[in-house]
Design a protein around this ligand. Structure first.
Ligand code: LLP
Length: 417
């Protein structure tokens, strides 16, 4: 069941009317449902009951401290890709021992900090990174837990910008080279081989590529074992898709049942790094119609949210649902392009949407909880939106709207003359 439903003709987040949120916090504003986040996480966690596992939320999908904290309270792990994300996890009360560190450009400083706080594992993406990690760990006199991110060369059949598991992609270590790199990892004194990981892409609406990747990873694990290199965990990354329009992706339960069947009888801890499937449909972007501009060719609804607030439509031609908060019947529905005020033709959140609109109406851009606020920018010197979390009948401001003066507070003029 969705936590965003119509009650008395108005879209609500849990028990709170969205118009009340707009009145209190203004628009544009990201609205999250605590219950939706919790339920989505528990769908993963409970489907893995009885199997040694750790679900590491991909922080990049939504890194607001309150979101991370809600997940930390449920015992979630976290998948990070920068020192900045590590600090967020720590500030949100996340357990460093449940953190895996992904990403292909880790700096020495990031490695040092992660070793000092004691993260669970480094997901290493190249031989050069392996050598660097060895040096940093030796400097600190510790052993760094490592997994190699293997590129299994499967086609995730998703948008090319979010497909990562083909051998022409920059990510991971070619699966055919992996045994060589593992041998090297095993001989480096300050590294401890813990696992193997992969991540083949995002918004996968069919689990066949995920299961193909799993099969290849299991073969690799067997090859490594034959050489005396024993991995304790298998991290299958994230990637499970969600419904934006009419996609019907497998549920976490359906996907995980297949995974469990494949690994049955093995002594492996399973790790996952879901991002989108936990938060996408737990959030929406609340925006207001600023002006209506019908023209001979097109009807434009100029809304107060723009590509700087939500870049997915502009960047990936992503389709996001857009609904009236209070659907009206006094004017006829017609096709509108929902555009922002930013000076770019690519600044749209939706095209050809049949809606009955008037100036001042509130709209909800659905499924915006993942890769929404985190990808927002200050382009056109637009302050970033507020973020609000609804919890039953309560609302909490979890990030206040930026002010214009904050946007250039770090800048300075050249000296006079
Ligand atoms: N693990 C790794 C190593 C990743 O690179 C990613 C996402 C994830 C986990 C989480 O994947 P998810 O479960 O969310 O699919 N900005 C794009 C998505 C980029 C995904 C990047 N990597 C979008 O808005 O569609």
């Amino acid at each position: 069941m969705s936590e965003f439903e119509y009650q008395n003709g108005e879209l609500h987040a849990e028990a709170v009317a969205l118009s009340a949120i707009a009145a209190q916090y203004g628009t544009p504003c990201y609205v999250y449902s605590r219950r939706a986040i919790e339920q989505a996480f528990l769908a993963w966690d409970t489907a893995l009951a009885g199997q040694s596992h750790l679900v590491c939320f991909a922080v990049k999908a939504n890194s607001n401290l309150a979101v991370l904290n809600v997940l930390a309270r449920l015992g979630a792990g976290f998948d990070i890709v920068s020192g900045g994300e590590l600090e967020r996890v720590l500030a949100a009360g996340g357990d460093p021992a449940r953190v895996v560190f992904s990403g292909l450009g880790k700096t020495e400083e990031e490695m040092r900090r992660a070793l000092q706080v004691g993260i669970k594992c480094f997901n290493v993406e190249s031989t050069a990174e392996l050598e660097r990690l060895q040096n940093v760990a030796a400097e600190l006199g510790v052993k760094a837990p490592v997994s190699l991110r293997v590129n299994p060369d499967v086609d995730a059949q998703t948008h090319p910008y979010i497909s990562t598991g083909l051998k022409e992609n920059k990510f991971g270590i070619d699966i055919t080279m992996a045994p060589t790199v593992y041998r090297r990892a095993a001989e480096l004194p300050n590294l401890e081989v813990q696992g193997v990981d992969c991540h083949i892409g995002s918004q996968l609406t069919d689990d066949t590529p995920l299961i193909d990747a799993l099969d290849r990873m299991l073969l690799l694990i067997d090859d490594l074992a034959a050489e005396g290199i024993q991995v304790r965990h298998l991290d299958l990354g994230g990637g499970l898709g969600v419904t934006y329009e009419d996609e019907v992706p497998p549920t976490p339960g359906e996907y995980l049942a297949k995974v469990r069947e494949k690994v049955a009888g093995r002594e492996l801890t399973l790790l996952f790094e879901p991002g989108r499937s936990i938060v996408a449909n737990a959030g929406l972007l609340l925006t207001q119609v600023n002006l209506l501009k019908p023209t001979e060719h097109k009807n434009f609804a100029i809304i107060d949210a723009a590509m700087n607030d939500l870049i997915r439509p502009a960047l990936y031609s992503a389709w996001m649902g857009i609904d009236a908060v209070r659907p009206r019947t006094d004017v006829p529905a017609q096709a509108w392009d929902m555009v922002g005020p930013v000076c770019e033709t690519g600044d749209f959140l939706g095209k050809d949407r049949q809606l009955a609109l008037a100036e001042g109406d509130l709209l909800a851009v659905r499924s915006a909880g993942a890769y929404g606020f985190v990808m927002s920018s200050n382009y056109n010197t637009r302050p970033r939106a507020a973020e609000v979390m609804v919890d039953g009948a309560a609302t909490h401001l979890i990030r206040r709207r930026e002010t214009v003066s904050e946007l250039f507070a770090g800048e300075s003029l050249l000296p006079e003359a």
